[in-house]
Design a protein around this ligand. Structure first.
Ligand code: 5RP
Length: 227
């Protein structure tokens, strides 16, 4: 019987725990992402909580779950570096450029990724794409700038929809944007970052993961960034 998507997520979360345990020592901090795959990573990491010092969470939801499993969580300001960061993705292209933010935690995810020595992206194979953009690009926006940012995005070819009833952990709103033809995610990420009112966009191309672990019916595949 084929493995379910949940089983595939669990398998890749377990592979990420194996990787992390090979990298960390008891003085190290682990960065923890957000989403259903990251939740499984938290659950499977819990029995090994004595093998690292503590964690930094990329969302209030993940922080709550980490604490529920008795895993220490500290504020990022308390640590100079994060040894390894593990997080899911909504899309992964062959260059390991990502779209993230389906769960709305993109800003804190990007901050934690930027503070990390090594970023491992975990996903099931449904997230692999040749070209980014079928998944609507999440963009975190200051509330007063929603209309003006939407117009600027339209001039770039994107159609923005406000994510209804959702406020980020940082008190901002999310625009989900369709219609971009993404030939160069790094360039589009740079352009969108420069729109006043945009706090963060869901492309993770300027700081891609060093490694992606991707589960399929045939096991877990390791994709490495070609620097
Ligand atoms: C949250 C994210 C998640 O990593 C992304 O949405 C993937 O989630 P899941 O593991 O539930 O498929 O970026 O902001």
């Amino acid at each position: 019987m084929p493995k379910t998507q949940d089983e595939l997520k669990r398998e890749v979360a377990a592979a990420a725990v194996d990787h992390v345990l090979k990298m960390v020592s008891p003085q190290d901090t682990v960065g923890v992402g957000t989403g259903s795959t990251a939740n499984l990573f938290i659950e499977l990491l819990a029995p090994h909580k004595d093998k690292f010092r503590d964690t930094v969470a990329s969302s209030l939801r993940s922080e709550e779950l980490l604490k529920k499993f008795g895993i220490p969580v500290v504020d990022l300001n308390m640590r100079e570096t994060i040894k390894v960061y593990v997080d899911g993705a909504d899309e992964i292209n062959p260059n390991l450029h990502l779209i993230k933010g389906g769960g709305g935690a993109l800003l804190r995810e990007k901050i934690v990724a930027s503070a990390s020595e090594y970023f491992i992206c975990i996903a099931d194979e449904s997230k692999l794409v040749d070209k980014l953009g079928a998944f609507e690009l999440p963009i975190e926006v200051i509330p007063m700038a929603v209309a003006v940012v939407s117009r600027k995005l339209a001039s770039l070819g994107g159609e923005a929809h406000l994510r209804e009833g959702f406020t980020t952990d940082n008190g901002n709103l999310i625009l989900d944007v369709s219609g971009f033809s993404v030939s160069d995610a790094r360039e589009l990420e740079t352009t969108i970052n420069q729109i006043p009112g945009v706090v963060c966009c869901g492309f993770f191309a300027l700081r891609p993961p060093e490694l992606a672990l991707v589960s399929s019916q045939n096991g877990v595949q390791t994709l490495k960034l070609n620097k």
